[in-house]
Design a protein around this ligand. Structure first.
Ligand code: GLU
Length: 478
């Protein structure tokens, strides 16, 4: 048997971290077994689905390296298949048209509430005669299609994560709606139904998805049976929780993959982190691996039942590991979009200069976006003086030191690291001051602050642009 799994996002929002983590588990499982990973866009909810969300989902999966083998298939293009299946269930008497009005359903719900019962449909239109149906139609009532669920049925499956699962038909809220009213009398098929039709049609062998779908699984197993197909194996992965132990939600701020990208996480670090959200490798000390590496080891035996807490500190740590191990040219490629987004004149800089800048700031980065703030002084024409910086410039001798540096600079045909060191040494001697005064004053003149990246390297970068003299002049006259 070839393993066939799928990720089935609904394009009603950007690619969510929970969906992406489900995609990771599917991808790992498929690759572990040499199987296929299929992408299906569940866009049957026409009101809430948007093409820009589909674009965001596809771009996010690609960015993460979660390439798919088949698809994307769009449910909106497969309506005929679903309608044929609805018709089959109607013809077999396994589904029926229900004409209960929203007001009647509301009254039913109220009555149940008053008795302290859980809301459920009472299956009142299960056995309508053709005459009763005709009468409802004559009244102008619209209908939904309901699938019969036997209250006494026991539904059992062996979940790859949660082991033996047992549900009763009576837990499922009465006969379930599988299609809404539509002009052709067959209806607009709904989520739980089309998922099953698609998973049968696409020969899905394992359905791997979040545990929020467990109740759907119980219903869907009955639909497989009704459609005459064997149910796939199910694996319900644990939810992602915030640090307070609650389900990660929009209120937690960042939840979509494109947000993580904007914040400066690398795809490799993020995907690595997601594999660890609920799974651990057999060697639990191993924390850094590629998707391919994790796929070799992946099995549901090592997926937790308990929710997985989202740990920003761990993600930051992983991200810094990836960033610090990147060759300078690759890191430069990754940083360019962040600088461009910030409006920096990247095009006006030469590649070797950019790489030199990356060599300087790279080791201090945890998130790529931090490069924007760290490189600001190298891209702007002027410096902003911090309070400490301006105090430094008012120190006795500071101005004379800077004038001496400027004069020494004028006489240099070529400016290199040894030249910079030599100038500093000369000025210390000539002005008869401490080296600290020279270094601190120079740093403030060039960068505006008393702290910052390596001084000599910063000076070299600014000298390439001819910015050092201008800044020394500015500091002397301030
Ligand atoms: N479309 C569903 C969702 O986005 C996924 C359904 C499934 O995996 O079966 O939650």
């Amino acid at each position: 048997m070839t393993v066939r799994v799928r990720i089935a996002p609904s394009p009603t929002g950007n690619l969510h971290i929970g969906t992406a983590r489900t995609a990771v588990f599917n991808w790992l499982f498929a690759h572990h077994h040499g199987g296929k990973f299929i992408l299906r866009i569940e866009d049957t909810d026409l009101e809430r689905s948007r093409p820009e969300y589909t674009d965001n989902i596809l771009a996010g999966l690609r960015w993460l390296g979660l390439n798919w083998d088949e698809g994307p298939f769009f449910q909106s293009q497969r309506l005929d298949l679903y309608k044929t299946a609805v018709k089959k269930l109607l013809d077999q008497g396994l589904a029926y048209r229900c004409y209960t009005t929203p007001e009647e359903l509301e009254a039913l719900r109220e009555a149940q509430k008053a008795k302290g019962e859980a809301p459920r449909y009472d299956n009142r239109h299960r056995n309508l005669t053709p005459e009763q149906e005709a009468a409802f139609q004559a009244e102008g009532r619209s209908f939904v299609i309901r699938f019969k669920i036997d209250d006494d049925r026991e539904i059992v499956w062996n979940d790859l994560v949660r082991d033996k699962m047992v549900w009763r038909g009576s837990d499922l809220g009465g006969d379930m709606v599988i299609a809404r009213a539509s002009a052709d009398g067959i209806g607009q098929p709904l989520y739980n139904f089309v998922v099953v039709v698609d998973d049968i049609d696409m020969q899905i062998t394992h359905v791997i998805r979040g545990e929020d779908h467990i109740a759907n699984t119980a219903k869907q197993i009955l639909l497989y049976e009704a459609l005459g197909a064997a149910a796939p194996v199910f694996a319900h992965s644990p939810l992602i929780l915030n640090m307070d132990g609650r389900k990660l939600s929009k209120r937690d701020g960042v939840t979509s993959i494109s947000d993580f990208q904007k914040l400066g996480f690398t795809a490799e670090a993020l995907v690595n982190y997601m594999t660890l959200l609920g799974w651990s490798p057999p060697d639990s000390t191993q924390e850094i691996f590629t998707l391919e590496g994790a796929a070799k080891e992946f099995s549901f035996e090592r997926v937790n039942k308990a929710g997985a807490k989202f740990d920003w500190a761990k993600l930051d740590w992983l991200n810094s590991q990836y960033i610090h191990n990147l060759p300078v040219d690759k890191l430069t490629d990754l940083l360019i979009p962040y600088w461009q987004e910030a409006g920096y004149n990247v095009e006006g800089r030469e590649r070797p200069w950019l790489e030199q800048l990356v060599g300087l700031i790279g080791p201090s980065l945890t998130r790529l976006v931090e490069a924007v703030e760290m490189s600001k002084l190298f891209f702007s024409d002027t410096v902003e003086l911090s309070e400490e910086g301006s105090k430094q410039l008012q120190q006795e001798g500071a101005s004379a030191v800077l004038s001496a540096i400027l004069a020494a600079l004028e006489n240099q045909p070529e400016f290199t690291e040894p030249t910079a060191q030599e100038i500093i040494k000369q000025v210390v001697k000539q002005q008869n001051v401490k080296k600290g005064l020279v270094m601190r004053s120079l740093r403030v003149a060039l960068t505006g602050d008393v702290h910052g990246p390596d001084l000599i390297q910063s000076w070299l970068l600014l000298n390439h642009l001819g910015l050092d003299k201008a800044r020394l002049n500015q500091a002397i006259s301030s």
